[in-house]
Design a protein around this ligand. Structure first.
Ligand code: ATP
Ligand code: MG
Length: 330
């Protein structure tokens, strides 16, 4: 079987008119993508993780044949996104953040029926599939059968968008921030469903998010994207292992003053953060080998009048990785 998604050196520039005063305007060129390459296989969820404006939606739109790349090429289900857009569309389920195309005066079910007809799905199959999807996304309980789309809550709209992306049972799913604006239980539900679709039904999922916590839970592999470039990639674990400062020595202390604590830590010359909460201080020391500094740090703190309440070594979070690579690529 061919690869689900293959992107090679994708570049995209947007040209925007920038008004300068009343009559003058200049054209500004925004480099949304600057040579993005990656692949996604069937059976995995790959996360495109990056801050606002990184180029996530632009990537999804190129793969969905909604935008043409300026340079590079991309294949979805083995088809070229520029030369075979019809074939590509037959093989994708697409969910965009800004929902368009639903009819406010139709119910959730009727909207899905409309899209099923548009996609050329056979009537009986479509009805069965719609029943299944309304149940799967728990829209049946929320009134998806009789409420008009314009009466849908944000969470219901997101669920209906995902249902639409799943209508044709396409092998490749392109999901642009599918949990944006959802409450935690709904977001969790969608994340679990996405994982199941990949791991059990062997779909290929490209999943964009700016939420590190989410990427870590949902994605088998992550591409960190910033300013139109992939700055790092790997499993959540591998990404964390790429951090030069590997560990965080986390101490909780009592007694003394914050000033004294800060001056003691400064004297030790280690990179650290201090936080105060109630009568406790939390100190995070970033070091490669915590075991080598542990004794010295604790000895100095105790002799400065602090009591040690707890100490542990923590793995860096994906957030640390994200900040590190964003700084490196800036
Ligand atoms: N239609 C457009 N016209 C002009 N510039 C655009 C257009 N769409 C996106 N851009 C610009 O391209 C860059 C990448 O945008 P994109 O929407 O791909 O980012 P994103 O990673 O999806 O961000 P977000 O997390 O905010 O959704 C941004 O600088 C954005 O302002
Ligand atoms: Mg976006």
């Amino acid at each position: 079987m061919s690869r689900a998604i293959e992107a090679r050196g994708l570049s995209k520039k947007y040209r925007v008119k920038k008004r300068q005063g009343f009559l003058k305007s200049t054209v500004e060129v925004i480099e949304a993508l600057r040579g993005v390459s990656f692949r996604v296989d069937y059976g995995e969820v790959v996360g495109l993780l990056g801050p606002n404006g990184a180029g996530k939606t632009t990537t999804i739109k190129i793969l969905a044949t909604l935008l043409l790349p300026d340079e590079g090429e991309a294949y979805v289900a083995g088809y070229n996104v520029v030369r075979e857009p019809g074939r590509v569309r037959e093989n994708i389920g697409l969910m965009l953040t800004v929902e368009r195309g639903f009819y406010g005066k139709l119910t959730g079910r009727e909207n899905l029926e409309y899209f099923a007809a548009l996609y050329g799905l056979e009537r009986e199959y479509a009805e069965r599939r719609i029943d299944y999807l309304l149940k799967l996304l728990e829209l049946d309980n929320l009134g998806g059968d009789y409420k008009l789309f314009e009466e849908f809550s944000l969470g219901m709209r997101a669920r209906l968008s995902l249902a639409r992306a799943l209508l044709s049972n396409a092998p490749v799913l392109l999901l642009d921030e599918p949990t944006l604006g959802l409450d935690p239980p709904s977001a969790r539900k969608i994340r679990e469903l996405v994982k199941k679709l990949a791991h059990e039904e062997k779909k290929a999922v490209l999943y964009t998010t700016h939420n590190m916590f989410e990427a870590e839970i949902v994605c088998d592999r992550i591409l960190l994207i910033n300013k139109g470039q992939v700055v790092a990639s790997g499993t959540p674990r591998e990404l964390k292992a790429k951090l030069p400062r590997l560990k965080v020595l986390s101490l909780t202390l009592r007694g003394g003053s914050k000033e004294k604590l800060q001056s003691t830590m400064r004297d030790l010359g280690l990179k650290h953060e201090v936080q105060e909460e109630n009568d406790l201080y939390s100190v995070k020391v970033h070091v490669q080998k915590p075991e080598e500094v542990f004794n010295e740090v604790v000895k100095r703190l105790i002799s400065s009048g602090f009591d040690l309440v707890s100490a542990r070594v923590e793995e860096p979070t994906l957030e640390d990785v994200f900040i590190y690579f964003s700084e490196v690529s800036a």
